[in-house]
Structures are given as C-alpha cells and as structure tokens.
Design a protein around this ligand. Structure first.
Ligand SMILES: [Zn+2]
Length: 427
C-alpha cells in the first residue's frame, strides 16, 4: 500500500483497491463479497463483507487509502518506499491512514483462517479522497450511491490514536465528535477615489477595526458530555495543579475552565468555538482609496453551536453594519456519536488487557475525518486505532512520516480483539 502512490493530485487509489482485492481473493474471499466502486476510474473504493450470522446489524470498519502529497526532495528518503529503520516503518501513509487500512484487511483474513463466525457482518471499506478535499469520490459517494454496501449499526475509523510521551503510553483516545468549520467573508466596500484626497470613511481602516474587535472577542467557555468525559480522564493522566483544574473543568467550574483554556491552545479549542482571521485582501492600486477590503474568518465550531448563533455573535462583536458578513462555502454540521457503553466498554477492556494502566479518553477533534459524513448519514462513528504516537513528534501529512513497528503490530492485536469483542454475541 505504501509503495502505491495514492496522493490526491498525482496518484490514484484504484491500484490500492485492486491490490487489496487480489490479496483477499488469494485468501479465499469470494468474488461476490468484494466490491470495487466509485465515481472516478482513478479513485475507486473497495468494500469487502465478511459474513456473520446476521443476528445483529453489521459493523463498518473504515480507513482511507489516499494520502497527502509527498515530494522526494522534501524527505530524507523516498516517501513511496516502505523503509524499515531503527524500529520504525517510514513512508507516506504509514500513520495516515494506510496502517489501519492494512490492519483491517490482515485481521479480516485472519478471522477467515480461524473460521471466526461473528453474530453480525463485518464490513471493511477502504475509501478514496479523505485528504483531497474533493469529497465526492470516497465515503460520500458510497453513502449516496452504494449505501447498501456500507449500511451498519456503527463504524470504527481513524481519528483517535494512542498518546505517548517519552516512550510512555498515556492514553488511548477515541474520537466521538468533531468540530465543524464555517468560513465567513467580511467585506467593506467604499466608493473609492484618489489617494491624494483621503476621506475618513476608508474600507481598509473599517475592516481593520472590525478584525480588531473579532480578535478581542471570545466565545463563552463550556463543556458537553464528551468534553466533560475527556477532561475527567485528562485529570487522571496529568500531574500537579493542572490535574486538579482539569477535574474541576469536568465538574463545570468556570474559573478552572479559564485557567485550562489559558494553559493550552488545544484545551482552549476544546472548551469553546473559536474564530480567527486567516486571509486578507483589499485595495486595487497604491494611489487609490480602496473600494474593497475583505477578510476570511475561519471558525471551528462546537457541534452544539448553530451557524446562526455563531454568525449573530460575530455580527454583535463587529458592531458595524457596513461590514458585510457572508458564508461563501456550504458547510456540514455533524452530530456527535453517542457514548455507547458497548463500544467504549470494549475499547476499555481490550486497552486494559494490552496496556494496563492506559486510560481510554473520549475526544472531540478540531480537524475533520470521514467520520463526520457517516455521523451525518446516521451511522455513529468512533475513531479508534490502537496505534500509539509520540505527542511531541506527530508526522502525519509531514516529512519522514513513520510509525513504530512495535506500535503497528500491537495495534493489529488491539483491533483484532476489539472487532471480535464487538462482533460476538454476548454470552
Ligand atoms: Zn487520515
């Protein structure tokens, strides 16, 4: 998988799907259980179904086969060769997300060899276009066009991994929720004129003042079911005064929320909707009064905050009706997955058996995965990988992406046991 270039603009996922299909066929999977499908010939997905007794609704195991671009010159080795060095697998996609894709398939083959009979179908879908921004060929395409192939009670996906610091395993994170994105465009228009005769009403000054007010504005700090559970667990993992604050955040203390938000940009982003200016444009000549000044304000919104709420709050903060606020992009707000005790309980049990003392932490992430599309389609999705990454050395999307070989093989055992626990009838 690593050695097939499946990056968004220069590569293709279809050869990955075909290689996986060949592997499954040689392991004895029937042709009727393997589906290669998609909108574009280069960006096909593969879906394979492992039959159970049908007593319960299937579970879906998802991973994406496309990767972020990687240039040979930017890396210290060929990003599309699987290199093994000093206990690490190197290559584009080793962490994001070909490890999980490979593990789902390897485990499915192992279940077959062991004649495992689950009480529900196990569906593995390896999909295109998670990274590329053109979301129509991957999981979205399957949801719209081949929902029958992936219909499931819930889904396991990327998006949650184990956190490690100084070689010590701290937590096994499960992604149950994602923030969503709204890009606002702020625009001020003036009639313009010659810059030798300035007037007080200036589009650039007006926009700059509005952005200053956006910078000074913060959304209120708050928690929800998931972030309360997250902070409660973090309180048990961290040490010292901050540990106490984290536990108090979980209990709703606003003072503690202020201290915790100030301590870390990630915790701040977990505790509130954030908006930040990311792009600017304005003016058309050095010697003309600007007729247009515009900015993009990128908001990362808590699932419980509505678009209207965020827009109204920004409008109120800007307090200038000459600043026109629009939302140029369509956006998709997805619900959180419920904190299912069967799923989280199984994750805890398997985590505890493999890594005693490592805590399972439910997380809401600031980025986006295919989990959002599935949650919107009514399939609750949990990001869980059992792969441990050094939290101070995260290389996904970056140079010399790598995964510890030990972590890879432990994740294989973890996912093998987890799926077995979720697909076996309760005794
Ligand atoms: Zn990914």
């Amino acid at each position: 998988m690593i050695e097939i270039n499946s990056s968004f603009s220069t590569g293709a996922t279809t050869p990955v799907a075909e290689a996986v299909a060949a592997r499954l066929r040689s392991a004895g999977f029937a042709e009727s259980s393997i589906h290669i499908a998609g909108a574009s010939p280069k960006k096909q997905n593969i879906v394979v179904r492992y039959r159970g007794t049908g007593a319960r609704k299937p579970i879906l195991l998802l991973a994406h086969t496309d990767v972020v671009e990687a240039r040979r010159d930017d890396w210290s080795m060929d990003p599309f060769k699987l290199n093994e060095r000093a206990g690490f697998f190197y290559g584009r996609g080793t962490t994001d997300d070909k490890a999980q894709a490979a593990l789902w398939i390897a485990n499915l083959i192992r279940y077959k060899q062991e004649a495992f009979r689950p009480d529900r179908d196990i569906i593995v879908a390896l999909t295109a276009d998670e990274e590329g921004g053109g979301p129509y060929n991957g999981v979205d395409w399957l949801i719209k066009n081949r929902r029958d192939l992936i219909e499931a009670e819930f889904c396991l996906n990327e998006g949650g991994w184990g956190e490690m610091a100084d070689g010590k395993r701290l937590s096994n994170d499960v992604q149950v929720s994602e923030k969503y994105v709204i890009n606002f465009r702020l625009e001020v228009r003036n009639k313009g004129g010659h810059s030798s005769m300035p007037v007080p009403d200036n589009a650039i000054y007006r926009l700059a003042a509005a952005l200053g007010r956006v910078a000074a504005f913060s959304f209120p700090l708050k928690t929800n079911e998931i972030t309360r559970a997250y902070f409660a667990e973090m309180g048990k993992i961290e040490k010292g005064a901050i540990a106490n604050d984290l536990e108090q955040v979980a209990q709703g203390s606003e003072d503690a929320m202020r201290r915790v938000a100030a301590a870390s940009p990630a915790w701040n982003a977990t505790l509130r909707t954030t908006c930040v200016a990311t792009q600017l444009e304005g003016g058309h000549a050095p010697n003309a009064l600007p007729q247009l000044a515009a900015a993009t304000v990128n908001c990362r919104v808590l699932p419980e905050d509505s678009v209207e709420y965020v827009r109204d709050a920004l409008k109120k903060a800007i307090a200038d009706d000459q600043v026109n606020l629009t939302i140029p992009q369509t956006l998709s707000r997805g619900p959180s997955s419920p904190m299912r005790p069967d799923v989280l309980g199984a994750v805890s049990k398997v985590t505890d058996s493999l890594w005693p003392g490592v805590r399972v932490v439910p997380i809401m992430v600031m980025g986006a995965t295919d989990g959002r599309a599935l949650r919107m389609a009514g399939i609750p999705t949990y990001g869980v990988q059992g792969v441990f990454l050094d939290r101070n050395d995260m290389r996904m999307h970056g140079r010399d992406e790598r995964l510890s070989m030990q972590s890879f093989y432990e994740a294989q055992t973890f996912l093998y046991e987890l799926v077995k626990a979720l697909a076996k009838s309760p005794e």
